[in-house]
Design a protein around this ligand. Structure first.
Ligand SMILES: [Zn+2]
Length: 283
């Protein structure tokens, strides 16, 4: 269900068809920079530079992984253990145990082709703020999108300082329930996320969202700069061209007030599924 980046023929051979790159040829074999190795296909973080060691085997080797990032499966060859990206199932390589090469006694033997690299402290994530009704469901769907590094629900666009849920729900503060999304522009884009935003809520509704009626539930994009504004305008005119009514307003970015802790990651915490937002494909 994740969107993935397009692959070159060689990436497809290795990542999809479980191929193996030629030993001693991969671009990360001798790579020693500090940072994070990510999945070439979906951008998920897989290994840190501290996990990397020189195994002499001809492929990048790691003796640990970022928790939960790598899935193991029996290899079809009957004896090895295949490793894949836990987020997108892309083939990474194989894992070997008990070779005694490092203290952890573990070697993830990974194709360079399956990896991308993000140098430490090299870049700040981009940000976007969307309002699409009850923020629980919006966050639940947005945080699953490839390239999204962090999400936070909160309030924006009103006049009250330090708003809380109770005051915003009174409908008198002018604030909208919003989600702030931090994303990696090497993996996704504002436009991709804005398309997702339109696809997970009813942007034609002018007085709220579904049964949630009130100013705090209005549909809006708080654009951070002219580029985001232009991208949003383009999508809105596309939607109108398809015959949709669009009630979404575009507003210059406003101060983001984080919501109370119990609203953050609401559906992950409660194990419930959102009733208020589902995705339908439009673009
Ligand atoms: Zn992946």
């Amino acid at each position: 269900m994740q969107e993935k980046r397009p692959l070159t023929a060689e990436e497809e051979r290795v990542i999809i068809h479980r191929g193996t790159e030629m030993p001693f040829t991969g671009k990360f074999l001798k790579h020693k920079e500090k940072g994070t190795y990510t999945c070439r296909r979906c951008g998920a973080e897989l290994y840190r530079s501290e996990h990397k060691f020189d195994s002499g085997c001809g492929w990048p080797a790691f003796d640990d992984e970022i928790a939960g990032a790598v899935k193991r499966k029996p290899d079809p060859d009957g004896h090895r253990v295949e490793i894949v990206c836990a987020a997108c199932d892309g083939h990474l390589g194989h894992v070997f145990i008990g070779e005694g090469l490092t203290d952890k006694n573990l070697r993830h033997c990974v194709n360079s082709v399956s990896l991308a690299f993000v140098p430490a402290g090299s870049k700040k994530n981009a940000e976007a703020i969307f309002a699409a009704g009850c923020f629980w469901g919006v966050e639940h769907l947005m945080k699953q999108a490839p390239g999204v590094k962090a999400t936070q629900v909160g309030y924006a666009g009103g006049h009250l300082e330090n708003p809380d849920y109770r005051s915003v729900c009174s409908g008198t503060t002018g604030h909208l329930e919003v989600i702030r999304v931090e994303f990696d522009e090497t993996v996704t884009s504002f436009e991709t996320l804005a398309k997702l935003f339109f696809e997970i809520h009813d942007f034609s509704q002018a007085d709220g969202q579904g049964p949630d009626i009130g100013e705090q539930y209005l549909s809006a994009i708080f654009y951070a700069d002219d580029a985001q504004k232009a991208a949003a305008e383009k999508l809105i005119s596309q939607l109108k061209g398809m015959g949709h009514q669009v009630a979404t307003t575009l507003r210059p970015t406003a101060k983001f007030w984080p919501a109370e802790d119990y609203h953050q990651n609401y559906y992950s915490k409660t194990g419930k599924a959102p009733y208020c937002h589902i995705r339908r494909k439009i673009f």
